[in-house]
Design a protein around this ligand. Sequence first.
Ligand SMILES: Cc1cc2nc3c(=O)[nH]c(=O)nc-3n(C[C@H](O)[C@H](O)[C@H](O)COP(=O)(O)OP(=O)(O)OC[C@H]3O[C@@H](n4cnc5c(N)ncnc54)[C@H](O)[C@@H]3O)c2cc1C
Ligand code: SF4
Length: 542
Amino acid sequence: MASNSFDYDYVIIGSGFGGSVSALRLSEKGYKVLVIEKGKWFKPEDFPKTNWDLRRWMWMPSLGMQGLFKLTFYRHVAIVSGVGVGGGSLVYANTLPVPKSEFYNTGHWKGLDNWQEELKPFYSTALKMLGAEKHPYMSRSDKAMQQLATNWGRPEAFEKTDVAVYFGKPGVTVSDPYFEGKGPERTGCILCGGCMLGCRYDSKNTLDKNYLYLAQQLGCEILAEKEVYDVVPLTEDGSGGYEIKYKDSLSYFPKKGSLKTRGVIFSGGVLGSINLLLKMKEASLPNLSDTIGTGIRTNSESLIGVTTYDKDVSFSEGIAIGSIVNIDDSRHLEPVKYSEGAGFWRIFMAPMVQGKNFFIRFFRMIKDFILHPVNNFKVFFVDDWSKRTQILLYMESIDSTLSFKRNMLGGMKTNLDTGPAPTAFNPKAQDIAHEMEKIVNGKAMVMSTETLFGIPTTAHILGGACMGKDVDSGVIDKNNYVFNYKNMMVCDGSMISANPGVNPSLSITAITERAMSKIPMKRDNPEFNPVDMRHAEIIPVL
Ligand SMILES: Cc1cc2nc3c(=O)[nH]c(=O)nc-3n(C[C@H](O)[C@H](O)[C@H](O)COP(=O)(O)OP(=O)(O)OC[C@H]3O[C@@H](n4cnc5c(N)ncnc54)[C@H](O)[C@@H]3O)c2cc1C
Ligand code: SF4
């Protein structure tokens, strides 16, 4: 089939970190690109003021909630993720750490390349493109973290984070400070702490302000509010292109559509891409690796809120995450915050206890209420939960994996894969939370799903389409190409093949930058029609 019988050279499914990098780099190389995104386009004023505004905050379209934040429960883990044009960047806490050396030398991708050396230049590009800057302020929560590191006799373990935020002068709008005038205006951050609800002040460098914005200027199209539900190869191995089938994502009676593309990139995040790939392995793409869905990593995370009893302390002032404590090479701790009034999570909180089963934990929870009635009362009825709560995000790079499989309802379920199951009761994280109780004069609480059911919560779900040397050991090769199919790639959190032990978006960006750098310009690519060049003169952004 001739190239010009295709609607697009590449269709990218999902507009998060992997999808946005792919969109820009392929557009720069002269390809005709479409990004399909199931969530909405958001303007700053569309974001909710607090997370009590469930309609604007949460993504649950069947109940009329068309926001940016999705919460999904599985047997072994509860997952929070972002939805919308810009994917997880809309809802994330802007933090961009570079993983330590263990990440590059463990897991499924071990030995496929000298990853640490290979990825160095792409981490630099990623930091530059996302507008990363060292957090310049010292908020109340940063001071508490510094105190923690000092108490351990290791003040150097405390660091400010690199974050994707334009600081400039608070509230002052300037013309594009990042891309020599080709990017959008930015406004100085006012330190409201609301980054995870979507920035209403145009200060957060979300993907629609950098990669996607620049891609659109090069002709890339973005189709929002459409969900891809099938990818059908037009020849057995996809060398003849693919039919992409999609439907309205917000309608109760969704209209369907389809288009043809030479290449396809899965960038729907782990929940989006792995769900699609598992489904298609049973029908349209039977030759996908049998390893699809395995190697799911959670960054071995714990999220613990410590609520202060003090009425004059605010943890909301600042950006969502402004600092990090490097406990050791494989364990990290960050303070997370919401803006004032954004206390939705308080209704899920329960005392932090340990125990082998539901009954022991339930008993200990009741015991905690009986032994500490005043403290529990103060915390449950605190005037402004988000203002008075310091959330601790604890991460480990210690490896253990889950797998996703199809369930009987056509969705996904988790199974144990290798190593111990992710735990809601990490003893190190709980010890640190008790230390933090003393520093902030407060009480540690966790999600009741953790206390009662032992299900930990993660914002960093990774893997499922891991790299391997062949189809028996991985879904994709080391350059992100799907084994057994042509011009098909996975570029998102599902490709992450080891546990970074830190927030992963920078790594997703850098690894996708590397994968895109291997794709030839359209005019040099024998598989694509050289006559159909839209951008003969492409000036690279960097
Ligand atoms: C509250 C919160 C805070 C976080 N803070 C940080 C942080 O500070 N630092 C950090 O590094 N990471 C953070 N993360 C994690 C980060 O957001 C994710 O790791 C990252 O966004 C994953 O990128 P991705 O490329 O895999 O895809 P995503 O960013 O998840 O984007 C995937 C997109 O694809 C769309 N999609 C899925 N399926 C389909 C389909 N079938 N059709 C069309 N579209 C589809 C989705 O709607 C989504 O918009 C945070 C996450 C959350 C939820
Ligand atoms: S602290 Fe407020 S103004 Fe600054 S980036 Fe976050 S949401 Fe935007």
